[in-house]
Unconditional design. Structure first.
Length: 299
């Protein structure tokens, strides 16, 4: 599953954990990092593990955990606490490069073995632009780990690192460094062959701005976006679901190539359509089938 919407849920809040289940998010990120005070981490680890164990059916909604950075002494206790619950994946904040994802994979293998889980079951996703070093290392995730399935980026921590007082301009658009981070994450994910996931939109009351940004990054190539509030989930899901018009146009392109086998370029509606358009149309149809917008083709 490639999620459209990924919702952060504090790992120490029973109420918010329960609310996340009914949010409609494709994936929940049970958080042990920013939203949990350090003195509450032992409690939160136990709550997250119990929540994972209580919800083993992940066919409709995956359950991931954001642990603390590997550079801190909190990461290994986080993993020891939650891996026995069998999370679908681990989000790793503040990695410097793909080497951190490789190291995380080794740790996960040990914890999976200790918990009696299949080795390699748990997937990983880095927040790949939160340190200054990381900005120069987006290409290092290629081949870093077979567990790697998604990459995302962050604009808040890197702002603090470089000393920026804000990361967006008066018009709401990101300043150059942060737009660069978004662009490099997209390219890094494509190079690694994994799904690119866009970062949070922090103004959770601004649904119009969220929808505009979601549609813009989807056009750029992002496949999903992280939410910080349940109210953001329907907006994100709608923006990352192919519209009827998109699906109909993709069907016409695919049909046109099927009617002209061997052709590298064809004409459609007065425009020249080539193989990149065909491949993009296939991706749209795959997403439409996965999300139930169109039925799966008959064998």
């Amino acid at each position: 599953m490639i999620p459209r919407s990924l919702l952060f849920v504090p790992g120490d809040s029973e109420k918010k954990l329960a609310k996340g289940l009914g949010s409609g998010a494709d994936l929940l990120i049970l958080d042990l990092e920013d939203s949990v005070a350090q003195e509450k981490l032992p409690l939160a680890r136990g709550m997250v593990r119990e929540f994972l164990q209580a919800h083993p059916d992940r066919s409709k909604q995956e359950l991931w955990v954001r642990v603390n950075p590997l550079a801190t002494p909190l990461a290994l206790p986080d993993l020891a606490g939650v891996v026995p619950g069998g999370p679908d994946g681990i989000m790793l904040p503040k990695p410097d490069s793909g080497a951190d994802i490789a190291l995380l994979g080794h740790y996960l293998s040990a914890f999976e073995s200790a918990a009696g889980l299949p080795i390699g079951r748990i997937k990983t996703m880095p927040v790949a632009t939160e340190t200054a070093k990381a900005m120069f290392a987006l290409g290092t995730y290629v081949g870093a780990s077979e567990r790697l399935t998604m990459m995302t980026w962050g604009a808040e921590d890197i702002a603090a690192v470089v000393g920026a007082s804000a990361n967006r301009g008066p018009d709401g658009s990101y300043d150059p460094l942060f737009e660069l981070a978004r662009t490099l994450c997209l390219a890094g994910a494509a190079a690694a062959g994994v799904a690119p996931i866009d970062t949070v939109y922090t103004n959770f009351r601004d649904s119009t701005g969220l929808e505009e940004e979601s549609r813009r990054v989807r056009r750029a190539g992002y496949l999903g976006k992280i939410a910080i509030h349940p109210d953001q989930v329907p907006v994100i899901n709608r923006a990352f679901t192919p519209s009827d018009e998109e699906v109909a146009h993709a069907e016409r392109i695919i049909a046109a190539f099927a009617a002209n086998p061997g052709a590298g370029t064809i004409g459609l509606d007065g425009k020249m359509i080539d193989m990149p358009h065909f491949k993009q149309s296939q991706k749209i149809m795959e997403a439409a089938v996965r999300l139930g917008v169109r039925p799966a083709p008959k064998a």
